[in-house]
Design a protein around this ligand. Structure first.
Ligand code: ZN
Length: 433
């Protein structure tokens, strides 16, 4: 009986003390944690900080589960003074939500305060690698890379020097874009490339590290283009250039963009004044033809020297003598044919005259050019802006219709199954005149 009283008394004492402790701890006012924020982030971690509370035992950090939307306790910080915590082993390029509260514990009892505001954050992109830099065409390089998980976009840097101090930056604001062609690079030069991915949040961008850099050399001379003999072919020809108005350059930009070839019947005197233009034409795989030295004589007035002097100029610039010729005004005489035969040149008239020199009207030029059929030779001049305007439209439209562009020698070879004959004048791939 005595012992029962003792036990009961002891039990009562424990209950009373517990109730007291629990009551006193309940009486603590635990403030909501303030200043909860992200101070640093990486691709697999988040560094969180908050303001210290008074008279607490520590803090409890919770992370929201993306699927259930419920919060799980991920860390307990057992110190009032510790006000930062790094959450590690997170997934890359992922979004996370955290919240925190302070707690007070006393003899096994615990009370937690109100939760802080939630912090919505994300880990940095893992950073993608450049898979390759390819060099299919003159003056251009194409960069391709691996796809990010959740990033917003990519930034490509390219530079001639190794430390990227002169780098140019290209923004690719779409995760699913995985290659980009950079045009107008310096031929024969080696460029360095590197890439980083980013997550955009409002105005800010959060970047991955740069991938290892890769270098590639810009092609200086176009490779031969494979011609599909079952598909129609057309030869674009341009006379009288090069010019200094920029028209010739614009036409070359179009040829370069679409990686196609044309033939330029050059005036020797103009070539002498603009050898860089001729060199670019050669590098693009175009054919350089003879169109007399100064375009001052026609038909029977054309002297042998008008022809040979032009070939001399072309040889000096390109290293080889032209093998194709077009008469000034298309007026070919037997004498011209004889000279060309001796000089190793076939002669070219045309089957479609755009009359670009006359109309100077892009619409009219396009209309004429679009009547072209398989085997046609189209006459234009690379000295008019209106012709350049037209070429910008003609090339993609004819390509869309399934035409391939070839030089005049290639055209004759394809249509006659043999090399063009010197001294013979062709007016299309197969017709002579
Ligand atoms: Zn001419």
């Amino acid at each position: 009986m005595k012992s029962f009283v003792k036990i009961t008394a002891g039990f009562l004492a424990v209950v009373i003390i517990s109730a007291f402790i629990s009551y006193s701890i309940a009486g603590f006012n635990i403030e909501k944690v303030k200043g909860f924020s992200v101070t640093d982030r990486g691709s697999t971690y988040q560094k969180l900080k908050w303001k210290s509370n008074q008279n607490v035992s520590g803090y409890k950090l919770y992370q929201r589960n993306v699927n259930s939307n419920e919060y799980t306790l991920i860390a307990t910080v057992n110190s009032e003074k510790t006000t930062e915590f790094t959450v590690k082993d997170l997934d890359m390029e992922s979004f996370y939500t955290f919240k925190i509260c302070a707690f007070k514990s006393f003899l096994g009892y615990e009370k937690t305060g109100e939760f802080s505001k939630v912090v919505e954050t994300f880990t940095l992109p893992r950073g993608e690698n450049i898979e390759k830099v390819s060099e299919e065409r003159v003056s251009s390089l194409t960069v391709s890379w691996t796809c990010g998980i959740n990033c917003t976009g990519y930034e490509i840097e390219y530079a001639l020097n190794d430390d990227f101090s002169d780098a140019k930056v290209i923004d690719i604001p779409k995760r699913t874009t995985l290659s980009y062609r950079i045009d107008n690079l310096q031929k024969g030069k080696t460029y360095n490339f590197r890439l980083r991915s980013y997550i955009a949040q409002g105005e800010d961008k959060f970047y991955s590290d740069y991938c290892e850099s890769l270098s590639a050399t810009v092609k200086a001379v176009a490779d031969d283009v494979e011609i599909d003999e079952t598909k129609p072919v057309i030869a674009l020809t341009f006379d009288d250039g090069p010019d200094f108005s920029g028209a010739s350059k614009r036409i070359l930009d179009v040829l370069e963009k679409y990686n196609i070839r044309a033939t330029f019947f050059t005036v020797g005197e103009n070539a002498e004044k603009n050898p860089e233009n001729i060199k670019r034409k050669v590098s693009l795989g175009c054919e350089i033809g003879n169109h007399t030295y100064d375009h001052s004589h026609y038909g029977s007035d054309v002297k042998k020297s008008d022809i040979t002097k032009c070939s001399d100029v072309i040889q000096k610039i390109t290293g080889s003598r032209p093998t194709v010729f077009r008469s000034t005004g298309g007026m070919t005489t037997q004498t011209i044919k004889n000279v060309c035969k001796k000089e190793g040149m076939s002669i070219y008239y045309w089957s479609i005259d755009t009359r670009d020199w006359e109309s100077r009207n892009a619409k009219k030029i396009i209309k004429k050019a679009m009547t072209a059929k398989d085997g046609d030779i189209i006459l234009m001049h690379d000295i008019y802006q209106s012709t350049a305007d037209a070429v910008e439209k003609i090339v993609p439209r004819l390509l869309k219709k399934g035409y391939q562009f070839v030089t005049v020698s290639q055209l004759v070879k394809l249509k006659t199954d043999s090399a063009p004959v010197n001294g013979v004048q062709y007016m299309s791939g197969s017709k002579t005149k």
